[in-house]
Design a protein around this ligand. Structure first.
Ligand code: FES
Length: 62
């Protein structure tokens, strides 16, 4: 599946999709990767998805 699709599971460890991450960024207004990972409980297990989460932050805020 396309990683830019809202249905794409960005964080495999926590089963969180790109769409859920995008919505959380918009609703919370948060921009800090660490804070978003803590509050949404994402990107905080193996950490492999964090770079991608940062890209989502940039695309939503941009
Ligand atoms: S894939 Fe997100 S923490 Fe492992």
């Amino acid at each position: 599946m396309d990683p830019n699709s809202r249905e794409y599971e960005t964080c495999l460890c926590r089963h969180v999709t790109r769409g859920e991450i995008e919505d959380f960024i918009r609703e919370s207004g948060l921009t800090d990767l660490k804070e978003i990972c803590e509050k949404l409980n994402v990107g905080n297990k193996c950490g492999a998805c964090r770079e991608q989460i940062q890209e989502i932050i940039d695309s939503v805020r941009g």
